[in-house]
Structure formats: C-alpha cells, structure tokens
Ligand binder design. Structure first.
Ligand SMILES: C[S@@+](CC[C@H](N)C(=O)[O-])C[C@H]1O[C@@H](n2cnc3c(N)ncnc32)[C@H](O)[C@@H]1O
Length: 213
C-alpha cells in the first residue's frame, strides 16, 4: 500500500501533467472510495460531491480555461444550420478552437477577456453564438447570451450544468432546446454535452421543477 506522501506526490504530478485541479481530483477519488482512510484523515478531505461543485462554482477566470478539442468544436459548429449572411460570434475565443473553424464566408465576431474584450460589454448584432463558456459564471453568461437575441445559442456544457432552471430560463426567453450531443472529454469532470437552443422553437425534452421525495 502506497504511503500518504507517495499518494500526494502522484496526485500532484498527475494534476500538473494533465492540468486538472488537485483538490477536485482528491475530492472525486475520496467520493469514489479510492483513497485509504489514513490519507483522508491526514489531508482532511471532504469527500462530498457538493464540495467539488462548490469549489468549481467558486473558481476564478484562470481555472475557467478549458481548451475544447478541435474535432469537438467542429462537431458543435456542424450541428448549426446557417446561411452565408449569418453573423457568427464566439464570446470566449481563447486560442480559437471554435472561432477559427467558423464558416469562412460568414462574418465572424469574438470576445476574450484575456485580450481585454469582455463578453459582458459586447452589444453587436449576431445570429449564432457558439462556444465553450466559463462555467463559474454560467448564469450570467446565459442571461447575456439571451439578451443578445441570436437565432442560435450553441454551448458546450458539463452535463451537471444543464439544470432544469437554466433550460427554463431559455424557454421563458423564447428559446427551445433543439439539439443535444452527449460526449466525454479526456480529464474533464464528468460527461459533457453540446446543447443547442434556438429562438421560437419547441424543446425536444420535457422536465419539471419539482424536488421529488
Ligand atoms: C472554457 S474556456 C474556452 C476557450 C475556447 N473557446 C475553447 O473552447 O477552447 C473559456 C474562455 O472564456 C474566457 N472568458 C472568461 N470570462 C470571459 C468574459 N467575461 N469575456 C470574454 N471571455 C471570457 C476565458 O479566458 C477562457 O479563455
């Protein structure tokens, strides 16, 4: 059995190599009962799922940078029916894994806070929003995306981020969930889903807001 020190070193090395949050990994391993009790006691780990969620919610921008594999951003882009006059907008461009693959003939717009172009200050007309947003400010991102009134909003989300409350916020604003592509990204937490909302369309799924007991 590996010592606590060895386990800590292994987790640290892996988190650096694969760029994931060490604390999230420890909380996840503890929840899955993959860590010995003496490790949990020494490191004072709280193995609750909610603690991981709370930490993710509390992340600052630096930790919100997750680069989407190029083929997955392409999958998102090809889900969208568009015409050559549509204006595409990537609010969270980073290295351009979405933006660079938007159709060549269309007008393309972008924001990226690291380049001092803040999504929340963007007020241009656009028809299609397509990107992988920062999850720690997702409610504000959804609110602002809806305010811009594009025809299509296509975002890559963690499956846990697709809550009924958020789908309802879209529906109340006239957007239906028309496409959903489930996927798994290496080293990202849980499953992901590309979700596509369209203005004046019916949702393909049903849900309720009851907390069932
Ligand atoms: C999850 S990453 C996605 C990067 C890229 N779109 C991709 O999928 O590979 C989110 C990006 O949003 C940027 N970001 C965070 N807050 C922002 C804001 N208020 N305005 C514009 N960009 C922001 C971060 O710097 C980060 O590059």
């Amino acid at each position: 059995m590996a010592s606590v020190q060895t386990l800590t070193t292994i987790i640290e090395l892996l988190s650096k190599r694969y760029k994931f949050d060490k604390e999230d990994a420890i909380a996840f391993l503890a929840k899955e009962k993959l860590l010995p009790k003496r490790f949990i006691m020494k490191e004072k780990v709280t193995p609750a799922f909610s603690s991981t969620n709370t930490k993710i919610k509390a992340r600052v921008n630096a930790n919100d940078i997750f680069i989407t594999p190029l083929k997955l951003s392409k999958t998102a882009i090809t889900m969208i029916d568009c015409s050559s006059t549509d204006i595409w907008y990537d609010p969270f461009r980073n290295n351009g894994s979405y933006y660079n693959q938007f159709p060549m003939e269309n007008t393309k717009l972008w924001s990226e806070i690291l380049e001092e172009k803040d999504f929340f200050s963007f007020n241009e007309q656009c028809d299609i929003i397509c990107s992988n947003p920062p999850y720690s400010i997702l409610d504000r991102v959804i609110e602002k995306s809806i305010e811009l009134r594009p025809r299509v909003i296509n975002y890559l989300l963690g499956v846990g981020n697709l809550t009924c409350k958020r789908i309802e916020a879209f529906e109340n604003a006239g957007y239906g969930l028309v496409k959903l592509h489930m996927c798994k990204v290496y080293t990202w937490f849980g499953m992901s889903a590309i979700v596509q909302f369209e203005l004046n369309k019916e949702s393909i799924i049903s849900f309720d807001r009851v907390v069932w007991r």
